[in-house]
Design a binder for this molecule. Structure first.
Ligand code: ATP
Ligand code: MG
Length: 420
């Protein structure tokens, strides 16, 4: 048997139910903020990510799945959604002088070390807003996240960290100061950080290495470099969050791995998934559209890591709907087509209810075992006796006190829907 590629997971029926639930809830919340969906290709020119994510980022340096197509063009499987999103809207003339609030969803690909919560094909749902410079839209995006966790019932496991990187100039000045401070200490840094000192020094702040973190205690501090305008933007954002009752922690060491962030950055984190603690990350990237060849366009967005949200939902034992609500047991070959017709009628009458028709014969006892295993709440027994009397037996499979009742077909839908 050929096996799945390392880091690429199958999501099998039992897990897929949870995935479907999580996706529906999150996409429902985002739609309730009237963000519009965009569907983007999985493959882009490699150059898009080199320019849009940044040559010096881990993603572009060592995590992309890059291939040459038959014309020799270098293409990459998308490692994230923002660059594609900007490309698509800019290419269609939807950014210039306009506001856009959009959402995307789907798989992303990064060649990382697979472990729990970290895969080579993983899934994100993102939201991006273009054309808004103020802190209100930063707050709105954070509010979307908060609403998602609430809808899923996982708010108490997730907390919010925020920071401001300041303007592009502030960020550059800070970067220089940080490099000046760390260069003489280079030998004491962990290996990754030594490399980043040259390529992407701000990412060193992210380091989990205790020795590196120790050195950073006395390093120049980002907030001291943030310009007044950015500070005001950040203070206004915090004020809106306060007013909305969204709690947060200002984390001055919070930076993003992607080069294009300015001003607000934020991360929703959990303590419950080990070191893969970030479930959603976002921020403002006012410089990106221009960097990709468009005009200056303020922009801000986030990406939720679905794999980790699903893990969290499993951890808190979030209940999701079973695949079948109603299982129809049908006895005897003569009733086979009548069973089909009955199932059709019930599906028509109860579009919200899933109806699984037994197939493959067997007595009622065997069929009821299958019904039980399907997770269905109800079973219908449809045999010769029922066909003759015109009354079907409806059995509650989860609550013995409800037991079994005889009902006419027309009464069944009402009985089931009134119990939901
Ligand atoms: P990390 O620091 O965990 O590598 P990141 O900074 O690379 O995360 P982003 O590029 O900001 O992550 O992506 C947003 C979210 O997507 C992350 O917060 C995380 O939940 C999820 N994510 C990123 N990479 C992976 C992966 N390889 N597997 C599963 N989820 C991921
Ligand atoms: Mg990463």
């Amino acid at each position: 048997m050929v096996r799945a590629v390392r880091g690429m997971r199958d999501i099998l029926p039992q897990d897929a139910r949870m995935w479907r639930h999580v996706e529906d809830m999150i996409q429902g919340v985002i739609a309730s903020f009237a963000y519009e969906e965009v569907r983007l290709p999985l493959l882009e020119f490699t150059e898009l990510f080199a320019r849009g994510v940044g040559e010096a980022t881990d993603i572009v340096e060592k995590e992309m799945y890059t291939l040459a197509d038959r014309d020799g063009d270098s293409l990459s499987l998308r490692p994230e959604g923002t660059a594609s999103c900007v490309r698509a809207l800019e290419e269609s003339g939807l950014l210039y002088n306009q506001n856009q609030r959009v959402t995307y969803a789907g798989p992303m690909f990064r060649y990382e070390k697979p472990q729990k919560g970290r895969y080579r094909q993983f899934y994100q749902i993102g939201a991006e807003a273009f054309g808004f410079a103020g802190p209100d839209v930063d707050a709105e995006l954070i509010a979307i996240g908060a609403a998602c966790w609430k809808a899923l019932g996982i708010s108490q496991h997730i907390s919010l960290e925020v920071n401001s990187l300041g303007s592009n100039e502030a960020r550059i000045a800070y970067k220089e100061a940080l490099v000046a401070y760390l260069t003489p200490l280079k030998e004491q840094l962990d290996e990754d950080s030594q490399r980043r000192l040259l390529s992407n020094p701000m990412r060193i702040l992210d380091s989990k290495n205790p020795a590196t973190q120790g050195l950073l205690k006395l390093s120049p501090q980002l907030p001291d470099f943030v310009d007044e305008e950015s500070k005001a933007h950040f203070q206004q954002l915090l004020k809106i969050l306060d007013a909305m009752g969204i709690t947060y922690k200002v984390n001055p060491n919070l930076v993003r791995g992607l080069d294009y962030y300015t001003h607000t950055v934020f991360e929703w984190v959990t303590q419950d998934l080990g070191s893969q603690g970030a479930v959603c990350a976002g921020g403002r990237y006012d410089g990106l559209v221009k960097q990709l060849g468009g005009r200056n366009t303020p922009a801000v967005g986030f990406a939720i890591g679905l794999d980790r949200v699903v893990l969290l939902c499993e951890l808190v034992k979030l209940e999701v709907k079973q695949s079948a609500d109603l299982y129809i047991c049908v006895l005897g070959d003569e009733l086979r087509s009548k069973g089909m017709i009955l199932a059709r009628q019930l599906r028509d009458e109860m579009p919200q209810t899933s109806v699984r028709l037994h197939m493959g014969g067997g007595n009622f006892k065997k069929q009821l075992k299958r019904a039980d295993a399907s997770g269905a709440t109800w079973a219908i027994l449809y045999g010769e006796e029922e066909a003759a009397s015109g009354e079907l037996s409806l059995k509650h499979l989860r609550d013995v006190s409800v037991g079994q009742v005889k009902l006419r077909v027309e009464q069944i839908a009402q009985r089931i829907t009134s119990s939901i």
